[in-house]
Design a protein around this ligand. Structure first.
Ligand code: UDP
Ligand code: MG
Length: 342
């Protein structure tokens, strides 16, 4: 009988303070479970010691697949890069900061065994998030449900288990400028959620600033809803109707030889119309820009370095070998560059 194979996908961005503890607790938890497993560590171009720690982990444990992206692409893209490399029957996406305890893996697998293809995990209030952060994330999930995807879990998700079927769809249809959460909700399959006791971050700080949150919110809306365009057209129709009514009122006044309202009414109309027009152009622009970005066919992410246990040759770094070559590489001993011909 074959044991189930699990892939743990960990996006990493400046997590040197949490990684050693994460490694210890993860390994301890997984060793106790009746399964085979692999880690896919995706370094989202950290600038601290995370890549060194991750490489060391990969060197010491053949179940670790390590890759480093060529710049910071954001956690959703880092997870997508990890999913593209997952070889398990199912994959669990778990952040490295230990806010979501590794011990939750057993519960996620129980739900998977019950027949669910997507198991969302959410942590409760003990995770040390500020009120402002909690409010913005509640607003985001509310907006997704109301405007785009009514099937989304109402309280959102912090981690997830995905069946092989789901991983394969994501692998073969990579998208840019989208929310991975919304994309997975959109897929359907059998979905459920669990709640766990959250903890504050083990170390470091969250990387979600306001600009990132805004980008994600607009990405999610534009990727999954045409409501903003509908609203823009509707506003256009309403404003034109209003203009028509106003024109009729002016005509009636003119027939009745009453003085026609002056330039201030005109200014109001021009400003309101101008504002609406810019807003509509902006909304159209959001859609067109994304469609343009997708059509250029650039890869969603670029890999700078990869240690894949299935392809050990890739791990040997030719630059390192050049350095290691030692004495023969001593600049003083190298053949001299010929003098320039006169
Ligand atoms: N992360 C990433 N790239 C980024 C920001 C974050 O890969 O640009 C990783 C981060 O290292 C962590 C996970 O994504 O493992 C979740 O990030 P964070 O804890 O900042 O999010 P929060 O828990 O506050 O939602
Ligand atoms: Mg976190």
């Amino acid at each position: 009988m074959r044991l189930p194979r699990l892939t743990i996908i960990t996006p990493l961005y400046n997590e040197e303070g949490s990684l050693p503890e994460y490694r210890a607790r993860m390994t301890e938890t997984l060793e106790r479970l009746p399964l085979e497993y692999e880690f896919v560590l995706v370094d989202d171009h950290s600038t601290d010691a995370s890549p060194r720690l991750a490489r060391q982990w990969a060197a010491e444990d053949p179940r670790v697949h390590y890759l480093r992206l060529s710049r910071n692409f954001g956690p959703h893209t880092a997870v997508a890069a990890g999913l593209a490399r997952a070889t398990g029957d199912c994959a669990i996406v778990l952040a490295a900061d230990l806010q979501d305890p590794p011990e939750v893996i057993g519960e996620l697998l129980d739900r998977w065994a019950d027949g669910y293809d997507i198991v969302w995990g959410r942590r409760d209030r003990g995770d040390g998030q500020t009120r402002a952060n909690r409010f913005t994330s509640a607003l985001y999930y509310w907006m997704i449900r109301v405007l785009a995807l009514p099937a989304a879990p109402p309280t959102g998700a912090h981690f997830a288990l995905l069946d092989r079927k789901v991983v394969d769809v994501l692998k073969h249809h990579p998208e840019k400028n989208t929310s991975l959460f919304a994309l997975i909700v959109w897929m359907g399959f059998r979905q459920t959620s669990i709640v766990t006791a959250g903890r504050p971050r083990h170390a470091g700080r969250t990387k979600w600033n306001l600009a990132r949150k805004l980008k994600l919110a607009v990405d999610s809306l534009v990727s999954f809803s045409y409501l903003p365009i509908r609203l823009a057209s509707l506003v256009g129709v309403l404003v034109s109707l209003l203009g028509l009514v106003y024109a009729v009122a002016i005509l009636i006044n003119w027939f009745l030889l009453r003085p026609v309202a002056g330039w201030s009414a005109l200014m109001v109309a021009v400003l309101i119309l101008g504002g609406f027009q810019s807003l509509m152009l902006g909304i159209l622009g959001e859609y067109i820009w994304r469609s343009f970005d997708e059509s250029r066919g650039r890869p969603p992410y670029v890999v700078e370095e990869e240690i894949d246990p299935a392809q050990p040759n890739l791990a040997s770094d030719p630059r390192h070998q050049w350095r290691q070559a030692g004495a023969t590489n001593d600049p003083a001993q190298r053949p001299r560059t010929p003098e320039k011909m006169a």
